[in-house]
Every structure is written in structure tokens, then in C-alpha cells.
Write a protein that binds this ligand. Structure first.
Ligand code: IVH
Length: 661
């Protein structure tokens, strides 16, 4: 057989084996045989690259290192779904549809908890994958998606088609990834969804390949041109070779729908991947235009969200937190437990009424869950476990300043009556310097408290003026030369922190880390953001009325305007740099520079690597991850080659840091 033919045969055999194993879950050849074929194909392709086929399975191994992700405008926007949380809301959804159409069925599907992706095929060949992004513009993640074993690189028919589905990380892969991260002292992923989302934005597709993501396809774009119903669409997707979640069903009427949801809720606990609900879609495409759309969702579909997982634990104590507005919030200090994929040790108890209504007492056994799968909350007390716990009594004086705590008439919250309660400022400062915000790691809670007590810190901008007091600070007990220098260095460094972290750090009401990211993408500089109008903000998906209002009032306040101006003069980064959120291949890696660099100076290259989270080392060892080799590189390059350390030339290095300097 000639080489060209052999390559074509191997391509087909391996693609079929991938399909049997990863899509049908029915291995058709032994692992050994598979490895042998793959090895042969890799070797033939490297010798005869001209014969490599477009659907070659060797693409699944990864190997490309990108410098960033190109933007892709979706041919049809990727909408999201409305949610219903109980049977009443589901019944209302059904009734709204029944008002406009009759005689229809539903298709129910599991709602896979991962991230949406859109795949384009031309003449049956996979050409592009894009993330959802903001629904209109996403990012090109083709290289990374190609590493997903169940993704068909060639369909069974030579069609031009765009399909959408959910990339997810199965539990097995998630546990493996976290075990590995633990052994390398890296931060763990909180849950499989975050792990999948973080992985798909990796720049090194080899890392993606190693993390074993998977993919379920659930929709065809412009499906009505191909088939008449969602059920037919799913069946056609299966026929084309896609992995479709097998648990879809056709249902007639609300009664059957409700019964089915209960079955799904039982089923999902036995699955090897996370699901967070059931998607309910009207089956008949011809009814879609009559039922219609809102600006964000189709009205012919919704997501029934499962009740979050509930876990028992002990309430060890109730403490009180003073918010930036002076509001006093009781907090449950819990025996740490794992809830829906992450450890929960504290939970809000909202206010006095919440605690009294549920009769929550220190020492109780309580049930906790994550509201909206995010915020830990105590749902109820298991009263049968109660022994001699004392009823809760709201505090009367502020635990920080000792002033009176009062409840405003008509409100559920208590407030500290001292407008300059240190608790308020301290919280603002602690939040600002926290890891999730400006990440000034040496400026922790204790240090903020001490400096605040001594009058060095009152407002955020004072943080950047601490350097004027370095002599005094060095004389403080427990500080000293080195500690203060480290602190001042961390503070100076934080000026380069990304713009969204700064926005989050300011502590604007309702602006969490996620919303901050959305904001900076839409307003890439402070100058633009501070001029944002209510109307503009409201038109951004993911920004609701309350958030929009909060931003506008924040920037309208002269105190805040003065603070921003001061921070600007102090040199804080107030522009959003594209690409800075990306998990970069240099992050946490040890890199050696050797030889003569021509594009960068040594200092520039080192700065860039450090900015991307890498460490520079002067000698090559087995712990080295990359060697950047310039002209005339000598012994270090030799050693790298001997040890099998990855070597990149300056041009490649430039590609990897492009757009980041
Ligand atoms: S259909 C018009 N079907 O849920 C929206 N979505 O909240 C089309 N998802 O962005 C989505 N499983 O990421 C659909 N079987 C399924 C799904 C599913 C998970 C995700 C998807 C979507 C989000 C909507």
C-alpha cells in the first residue's frame, strides 16, 4: 500500500475508534492497538506532511501555543435561557405558551453545567469553534476544542452546518486535574464548570488535551432549514456523528413534564458530570416565531433549575460584619463542609429577622446550600439535634467601635450609628487589597487594622501614600526593614493590577468580580466608564437595572470622583488590556533566558515573563519549563536539549507575549 493510502486508512481507523470509545462508549479496539496506530500515523505524518488529512486525529494531541484568542462574531447571537425554580413557575411558563399556541409538545434535555460553544463545519469538516463571549462576539478556541476526543473532525455527511453545545469537565477529569494541582501547590478549581472554562482559555493546547474535556451538542443553528422539530434535530446530530446527551425525551403537557423533572433530579445524582437543571424546549420549530423572543431569551424554552445541594454542618458561632454602609450583618461560622463542589466555612445569616424566623442558635446542626449555586446560605436548623443551645439575641453595640447598633424603622437591617466607625473603612480597605481585588498580599486584615489604628490608613488612596511613612513603619513592633519593603513593593506592584480588579476593589455596591469584568470589556478605560449612562449600561447583557443605577450613582458622588482622580495621579492602571485574563503558558513556570536576544532586551523579556506569572531562573535543570534561546546560545541550550526541556526561539517567544506589552 502506498504511504498516502496508509495515512488515509489510519486516519479513518483512529477516527472511528475515537468515535466508538468517546461518543458511543463502546471501545472497538484495544488501547494497545490504538496507541500503535496513532504512533504510526504521527510518524508518517511527520515524514510526509503533504499527505496529512484535514481530519487527522493527531490534531487531538494539541501542541499549538497561542498568544491569544481571535474574536469571532457569531452568525446568529448565542442567547441564554430564562430560569424557573419550582413547579409553579414552570406551570406559568407553560400557560404563557398555551396563550399563543395550541397542540405542541416539549423536548426535555439535561442542562449540562459547563460552557457554551458554537462549532462550524464546512462540507462536513470541522473548521471553527467559538465561545459564547457576550453572546454576539465570542473567542476562537478551535485549537483547544480540537483536542476534545468526542468531537467529530469529519461528519458522516458533507454538510455546511453550525451546531452548539456545552463543553464540560467530567468528574473523573476534574478530580485528576485538582489532584495534580494540589501536588504542585497550585490553586484548586472550585468546581468542574470553572475548571472547564479555565481550561478552554488555556493558550497551550497540550494542556487542554491533558485535561480531558468533553462535549454534548444540543442544537443546530438555523435548524428549521434542516428539520422540523428539536427531537429530529437531536436525532440528526447523532446521525452526523455528534455526541448528544442520551437523556432527552418528548413530553406532552405540564403534568407529564413535572413528573419527568423529578425523574431527572434523581437521575442526575448518578451521572459522571455536573448538571444544574433541565432545559425545556417547545419541539415544533414552526411555532417559534409565534411564541417569540425577549431581548435575551427565547420564550419557547426555559431552564428548570434543580434545588442546589443541601449539606449538614455545625454552626460554631455567629459573628458580625460591618459593611461599608455601616450595615451590621450576622455571619454563620461553620464547621467547613463541601457544598456543590467547594468548601463552605462561612455563610450569611442576612439579618436578625432571618435568624429569629428560623430560630438559628449557636451550636445547632444546620443545613447549608448555595443560593443560585453561588452564595452559601443556612437554610434550616435540624431541630431534632438540638440539645441546650441558647436563643439568638441581636447585639446592641458595634463589635468594632462600641457605639450603639440600631434598626431603622421599616428595615430589616441594623446599622452601626457611628458614621466614622473604623469597621466601615477597614472593610473597604481590606476588600480593596484582597487577593480577588488588588491582591496586595502583605496588606492583610491585621496590618490594615494596625495602620488604621495608628492613623496611617483611612481611605484607599492612603495605601499608596504609605511609602511616605516608611521610616515610621519600619520602627513599629513586628515590622522592620524587610517586611515594610516587601509591603511597599507589593503596593507599588498593585498599580499594574488589571482594570477590572480595580473596579471590583473600589467596593461599588452590587459590583462583584464578574460584573467588573463585564464592565471593563464594555468600557475599557476609567474615562469611559465614569461617563457611562443608565441607558447604555442597561443595554448590556448581564448588567441589570440595580447594577446600572449603582454605577451611575457611584461616579456621580464627588467624594468618589476625587478618589478616582487621586488614584489616577498615583499611577494606577485604569485601562483594560485585552488578553490579561488569560491563563498563560508561562504562569507558574520557570523560564531560563539564554543567548543574544535581538527583539527584546533581557530586562524586557524578564519583566514580561514575570508579569505573566513566570519565574526567571539563571540555570537550566529538570525543573526548568522553558528555555528561551537567542542567537549563539551555548551550554544552557545544550543542557536543555539533553534534559528534554522545551526550547523556544525569540520569534516564538514574541508570538507568545504579543499584545501583552
Ligand atoms: S439550549 C437559546 N440546551 O445553558 C438558548 N442550553 O442558560 C439555547 N445549556 O448558554 C440553549 N445544556 O450554555 C441548551 N441542553 C441544553 C443545555 C444548554 C446546557 C447551557 C448553555 C446555555 C445556557 C442557558
Amino acid at each position: 500500500m502506498d504511504i498516502k493510502q496508509r495515512i488515509a486508512n489510519l486516519t479513518e481507523i483512529i477516527n472511528q475508534a475515537n468515535y466508538d470509545y468517546h461518543t458511543m462508549d463502546k471501545p472497538s479496539i484495544s488501547d494497545q492497538q490504538y496507541d500503535q496506530y496513532l504512533k504510526e500515523l504521527i510518524s508518517l505524518e511527520s515524514k510526509y506532511p503533504e499527505y496529512k488529512l484535514e481530519d487527522s486525529p493527531t490534531e487531538k494531541i494539541g501542541g499549538t501555543i497561542l498568544s491569544g484568542f481571535e474574536k469571532v462574531t457569531h452568525s446568529v447571537p448565542m442567547m441564554s435561557l430564562s430560569n424557573v425554580f419550582n413547579k409553579d413557575e414552570l406551570t406559568q411558563f407553560d400557560e404563557r405558551i398555551r396563550k399563543v399556541v395550541r397542540d405542541f409538545s416539549y423536548v426535555t434535555e439535561l442542562k449540562i453545567d459547563g460552557l457554551a460553544v458554537s462549532l462550524t463545519y464546512e462540507k462536513g469538516l470541522f473548521v471553527r469553534a467559538a465561545t459564547r463571549g457576550n453572546g454576539v462576539i465570542g473567542e476562537d478556541v478551535t485549537k483547544n476544542v480540537k483536542t476534545i476526543k468526542s468531537l467529530p473532525l469529519r461528519l458522516t455527511e458533507p454538510v455546511d452546518i453550525e451546531v452548539r453545545g456545552e463543553i464540560y469537565m467530567p468528574h473523573k477529569s476534574f478530580n485528576q486535574v485538582n489532584e495534580q494541582r494540589l501536588s504542585q501547590d497550585e490553586a484548586l478549581f472550585a468546581n468542574p464548570r470553572n475548571a472547564a472554562a479555565g481550561t478552554i482559555r488555556q493558550l497551550d493546547s497540550k494542556v487542554v488535551a491533558s485535561r480531558n474535556l468533553d462535549l454534548f451538542i444540543y442544537t443546530i443553528v438555523d435548524a428549521a432549514h434542516v428539520v422540523n422539530t428539536q427531537k429530529e434535530a437531536l436525532e440528526y446530530l447523532i446521525k452526523l456523528g455528534f455526541k448528544v446527551n442520551p437523556n432527552f425525551q418528548l413530553v406532552f403537557g405540564i403534568g407529564a413534564l413535572i413528573n419527568q423533572i423529578e425523574d431527572y433530579d434523581r437521575l442526575r445524582k448518578s451521572l459522571s458530570y455536573d448538571t444544574d437543571g433541565v432545559v425545556i424546549k417547545v419541539n415544533e420549530f414552526e411555532l417559534y416565531s409565534t411564541i417569540g423572543y425577549t431581548s435575551k431569551f427565547p420564550k419557547w424554552a426555559t431552564a428548570y433549575k434543580f434545588q442546589a445541594e443541601q449539606v449538614e454542618t455545625i454552626l460554631k458561632d455567629i459573628t458580625f460584619q460591618i459593611g461599608r454602609t455601616g450595615v451590621v450583618t450576622p455571619v454563620a461560622e461553620l464547621e467547613p463542609v463541601l457544598v456543590s463542589g467547594s468548601t463552605v466555612a462561612r455563610a450569611t445569616l442576612h439579618n436578625e429577622d432571618y435568624i429569629l424566623a428560623k430560630d438559628i442558635r449557636v451550636g445547632d446542626t444546620v443545613l447549608v446550600h448555595k443560593a443560585g449555586e453561588i452564595i452559601p446560605e443556612v437554610i434550616e436548623v435540624i431541630k431534632s439535634r438540638r440539645t441546650h443551645q441558647q436563643p439568638f439575641k441581636m447585639i446592641e453595640t458595634c463589635p468594632v467601635c462600641g457605639e450603639q447598633v440600631t434598626r431603622k424603622p421599616g428595615e430589616a437591617d441594623h446599622y452601626c450609628s457611628n458614621p466614622s466607625c473604623p469597621g466601615r473603612n477597614i472593610n473597604t480597605l481590606i476588600h480593596f487589597s484582597s487577593r480577588a481585588a488588588m491582591d496586595i498580599d502583605t496588606l492583610g486584615e491585621r496590618v490594615v487594622e494596625t495602620f488604621h489604628e495608628l492613623g496611617y490608613l483611612n481611605t484607599i488612596s492612603d495605601i499608596y501614600l504609605l511609602k511616605n511613612f516608611s521610616t515610621e513603619l519600619k520602627e513599629l513592633p513586628g515590622f522592620g526593614e524587610k517586611k515594610v519593603e516587601n509591603l511597599l513593593y507589593a503596593i507599588e506592584n498593585s498599580k499594574l493590577q488589571s482594570f477590572d480588579k480595580l473596579i471590583f476593589g473600589l467596593g461599588i455596591k452590587h459590583i462583584g468580580a464578574k460584573v467588573a469584568k463585564v464592565l471593563v470589556k464594555n468600557y475599557p478605560s476609567m474615562n469611559l466608564l465614569k461617563k457611562a449612562t443608565l441607558e447604555e449600561l442597561n443595554s448590556i447583557p448581564d448588567i441589570g437595572e440595580m447594577i446600572a443605577q449603582s454605577i451611575v450613582s457611584y461616579f456621580a458622588d464627588p467624594h468618589h470622583q476625587a478618589l478616582i482622580e487621586q488614584l489616577e495621579q498615583l499611577g494606577l492602571n485604569m485601562v483594560y488590556e485585552k488578553g490579561e485574563q488569560i491563563e498563560h503558558p508561562f504562569n507558574n513556570k520557570t523560564i531560563v533566558l539564554t543567548g543574544k536576544l535581538e527583539i527584546f532586551t533581557r530586562d524586557q523579556a524578564s519583566d514580561l515573563i514575570e508579569k505573566l506569572g513566570g519565574k526567571i531562573s539563571s540555570s537550566v535543570s529538570s525543573k526548568t519549563d522553558f528555555v528561551v534561546a537567542g542567537e549563539d546560545a551555548g551550554s544552557k541550550l545544550k543542557k536543555a536539549n539533553e534534559l528534554g526541556v522545551k526550547v523556544i526561539d525569540e520569534q516564538t517567544f514574541k508570538g507568545m507575549v504579543d499584545g501583552l506589552y
